[in-house]
Design a protein around this ligand. Structure first.
Ligand code: BG6
Length: 485
């Protein structure tokens, strides 16, 4: 009996993403027996490479344990390499021959195809055109295309790319990765909201004072500055990862758990957000911090090779957004992201309003908060008021704490890519960005990007390793955020 054959092709096989993430992820899925048994992996790139060289490029990232060595050899036996150009048919014809052969040895069963574009966006169009011409299925199996940001540079370029893709592939074949959607805590958001009567009814403007979604990294651009300078933190993190989380926090309950029902609701949220203005944003750029005992901190963003000395590209941004609908009108959504800050942390923080008719001494009660810590050290915790334990009657703030490391000691949380690639095999598009979602996210972000860029707005300087510009805290306070400490 032959199981359905699948082929997973990685374009850009010699690149960083392929060797750091994609091949290791495929290995982990293979190792854990999560993939269809009859699956072949193909690396495709322009350089001349042997399969040994391909293997050598990613093996050290696979963290193969001693007892897994023979299984790893089996994985390698399933890997092939095809050398070819991205804009010429020859390599794609070779790929077709490979797939046809695979079909033959699989008892002539049609091959399902997964194509991963781990390449710079400049070749997205070329590859997808060649794939559509040479490597689609014949209707008796399926073809899925996986792509990674950047999906364009602004609304126009993104629309152009989307139109191109839509002319060649159907929406249910296009899997746009936003790897934040593969993180445990981001996937947990819907369950928390829609699975708990205790949270659902208070999830609105009557009870919630603000929503903060933040992304902090404690390292700078580290030599990637030349690349980063063309995008900046707003395109790199806010337009995609943070905006996606926002939609999950703000959306109405979908009609079902089907991908289209969920994505419909997310799109409605995006449609209800208006573009922001300069007064709603603080942008920053990090400078060296000679006092820190860290060699990276000795370099500011402008010292990174490849970054123009007069660059005004933000490495930090805080934007205040509003969702103009009945549930959220007036509730600020703070999207905050930055590099070279004091810590690496991503979280969603829901700050609730003060209680009505407070009977405690003024100032004693603090606002309750619900925090979903995406990374590191996944947790859901709630800051609440409680009676100070003991003889007294005073109140104090404490935490209801669900730290995953404590509660789920034996559960390994898979990497975002493991989950997402598996979902592509399974055909679930819940955690992938639909064309209209992308379009509306760009509609929100493009005007402010244009304004910042046209006016060459100078970012506020902040020190490597600091909390970021104090102007950002001020803007949040102005919109009613209370730093509870
Ligand atoms: C990427 C950004 O999308 O996400 C990077 O391009 C950023 O700049 C990275 O460092 C962060 O991902 P993670 O999973 O390490 O938080």
């Amino acid at each position: 009996k032959f199981e359905t054959p699948h082929v997973f092709v990685v374009f850009g096989a010699s690149g960083d993403l392929a060797k750091k993430k994609i091949f290791p992820t495929l290995w982990w899925l293979f190792r854990d027996h999560l993939l269809p048994n009859n699956t072949m992996f193909v690396g495709y790139a322009r350089s001349n490479m042997t399969i040994e060289q391909l293997r050598a490029s990613f093996e050290k990232n696979c963290k193969v344990r001693d007892e897994e060595k023979s299984l790893f050899e089996e994985f390698i036996k399933k890997c092939s390499y095809i050398q070819g150009q991205y804009d010429k048919a020859a390599g794609f014809v070779a790929l077709k021959t490979f797939i046809d052969e695979f079909q033959k040895v699989s008892n002539n069963q049609p091959v399902n195809r997964l194509y991963y574009l781990a390449v710079p966006p400049s070749v997205f169009e070329a590859i997808s055109t060649q794939l559509a011409a040479n490597n689609k299925d014949n209707g008796d199996s399926w073809t899925r295309l996986i792509i990674e940001k950047p999906f364009g540079y602004d609304l126009d370029s993104s629309t152009k790319l989307s139109k191109h893709l839509s002319s060649l592939f159907k929406e249910d074949q296009i899997y746009r990765i936003d790897h934040y959607l593969g993180k445990e805590m981001v996937q947990n958001l819907m369950v928390l909201r829609f699975g708990n009567r205790i949270l659902g009814p208070s999830w609105n403007r009557d009870n919630i004072a603000s929503v903060m979604i933040s992304f902090k990294e404690d390292f700078g651009t580290m030599g990637r500055g030349g690349y980063f300078d063309k995008s900046g933190i707003i395109r790199d993190v806010m337009q995609n990862h943070l905006m996606q989380i926002l939609t999950l926090v703000a959306m109405e309950k979908p009609a079902s758990l089907k991908a289209e029902d969920i994505r419909d609701e997310k799109v409605k949220v995006l449609k209800a957000i208006r573009p922001i203005e300069l007064k709603d944003i603080v942008v920053g750029q990090y400078v060296a911090n000679p006092e820190m005992n860290d060699t990276d901190a000795k370099l500011g963003y402008l010292d990174d090779e490849g970054v123009p000395k007069d660059s005004v590209t933000p490495t930090y941004a805080l934007g205040v957004f509003n969702v103009h609908n009945e549930r959220w009108e007036g509730v600020p959504f703070f999207l905050r992201c930055g590099k070279a800050l004091n810590e690496r942390k991503a979280e969603v923080r829901i700050q609730f309003k003060e209680v009505n008719g407070d009977i405690y001494p003024p100032g004693d009660l603090k606002r309750s908060e619900l925090v979903m810590r995406v990374q590191p050290n996944e947790a859901v915790y709630m800051k609440i008021m409680t009676k100070k334990p003991g003889m007294g009657f005073g109140v104090e703030e404490t935490e209801l704490d669900l730290t995953y490391n404590n509660r789920y000691k034996d559960v390994r949380l898979p990497d975002a890519y493991e989950r997402l690639l598996l979902e592509v095999f399974m055909g679930s598009q819940i955690n992938f960005v639909r064309t209209d979602e992308l379009e509306y996210a760009w509609k929100i972000i493009t005007p402010i990007l244009k304004e910042l860029e046209e006016k060459k707005v100078k970012p506020v300087q902040y020190k490597f390793g600091s909390r970021g510009p104090t102007e950002a805290d001020e803007l949040m306070k102005k919109h009613g955020f209370v730093f509870t400490g």
